[in-house]
Design a protein around this ligand. Structure first.
Ligand SMILES: *[C@@H]1O[C@H](CO)[C@@H](O)[C@H](O)[C@H]1NC(C)=O
Ligand SMILES: *[C@@H]1O[C@H](CO)[C@@H](O)[C@H](O)[C@H]1NC(C)=O
Ligand SMILES: [Cu+2]
Length: 350
């Protein structure tokens, strides 16, 4: 908006009739494994920078004793606070589109990152996620944690096929005992923890393959599309969303925790790919699907009013409050929407 006014003013004062304001060009999100080694390192360094930067919120802000220490924690806190408002609802994908775009802006504007948010195309790794380049100990995010036995007294059944559960032992986030400051679950008090993963490769291969992706992409309207992306909280009826979360986080890793999942930097690569899947689906019929939104406005309540384009979205202190309608188009760049990125490739119906 401001950029638009500024360029109009420059145009008004320019004598040339040929003066046309140039909108910003969208940045291009690429698949993690297609980045060069130095692009990967630049991204990881920007993540480390956000993890080390102080939070925007003072430690004195409520609740007393909260664990929002770093700039990175600002987003984890926002996700925890809104967990029950932004999952299993019609605006799930819209909210997470805004959330990851906010993170992308933080990396670029506050840590000098020059690329776009990379995505993890899990269909390429569904056969065996343990071999995925995203978990590379040198150029990626490190891998699994050592085996931790399931707790037989837990109310939650263990994630089927889980193989780890302890602190990640290699990669850029290993050996840091206070990388994560919030959680588990909805706890906001300062609780220093390591990054944990509990890879469940058999679970991941059930939900992250091209077959599940095609099933999702072939849905006729947004209501069905969203329902198939999210699946249900049950391990027997997960979708690609749960496939990535439980496939990586299992029972004990942050990625498997509905509240604290953004504490694992892999979160944004997974959600960028979910967003790419949504944009792929939208692109199959853009005129209709730029405004197709529906689904419950209250978590898993089919009797709650359908979400509309006017539904409000907020990422707390990290961005400006907006609406679902504002994020429907990813490459809007100030012309009818605040998203300004695109993808190097999309899924197509096979
Ligand atoms: C996709 O393939 C996997 C692995 O063979 C299988 O477990 C899963 O049930 C399949 N999903 C669909 C939707 O066909
Ligand atoms: C929401 O919209 C769907 C159609 O997209 C409709 O079937 C459903 O009844 C609506 N739900 C409510 C609560 O109005
Ligand atoms: Cu989420």
């Amino acid at each position: 908006m401001v950029g638009g006014i500024k360029s109009l003013m420059i145009c008004a004062s320019a004598a040339l009739a040929a003066c046309t304001p140039t909108p910003p060009t969208p940045i291009v999100r690429k698949e993690w494994r297609t980045l060069t080694t130095s692009e990967k390192a630049e991204y990881i360094n920007a993540v480390k920078c956000i993890l080390a930067k102080p939070a925007l919120t003072p430690e004195s802000s409520p609740p007393t004793g909260h664990g929002v220490i770093s700039r990175y924690d600002n987003l984890v806190y926002t996700h925890i606070q809104q967990t029950m408002q932004v999952h299993y609802v019609g605006h799930f994908l819209a909210w997470h589109r805004l959330f990851t775009a906010t993170y992308e802006k933080m990396l670029r504007n506050e840590c000098g990152y020059t690329g776009a948010q990379p995505y993890w195309d899990w269909t390429l790794d569904a056969a065996d996620i343990t071999a995925s380049p995203v978990f590379d100990p040198v150029t990626g995010f490190g891998g699994n944690g050592p085996w931790v036995p399931s707790d037989p007294t837990s109310w939650m059944p263990p994630v089927p096929g889980r193989t780890g559960g302890g602190c990640v032992v290699d990669g850029p986030f290993a050996g840091i005992n206070d990388l994560v400051h919030l959680g588990p679950e909805s706890s906001l008090v300062y609780n220093p923890q390591c990054l944990k993963r509990d890879l469940a490769p058999s679970f991941a291969s059930m939900y992250l393959g091209m077959n599940q992706t095609q099933l999702t992409l072939s849905q006729p309207d947004f209501g069905w599309f969203n329902a198939v992306v999210e699946g249900s909280p049950s391990f027997d009826a997960s979708g690609v969303h749960g496939g990535g979360h439980f496939g990586v986080g299992g029972t004990f890793g942050q990625m498997g925790d509905l509240y604290t999942s953004p504490a694992d930097p892999i979160f944004h690569l997974h959600h960028a790919n979910l967003d790419r899947l949504w944009w792929s689906w939208q692109s199959l019929n853009l005129p209709a699907r730029l405004s197709d939104i529906s689904g419950p406005s209250i978590i898993m309540d089919p009797t709650s009013p359908n979400v509309t384009l006017a539904h409000p979205l907020s990422v707390g202190v990290s961005g400006v409050d907006t609406t679902v309608g504002d994020v429907m188009k990813i490459d809007a760049c100030g012309t009818g929407g605040s998203m300004c990125y695109t993808y190097d490739s999309l899924y197509t119906l096979l």
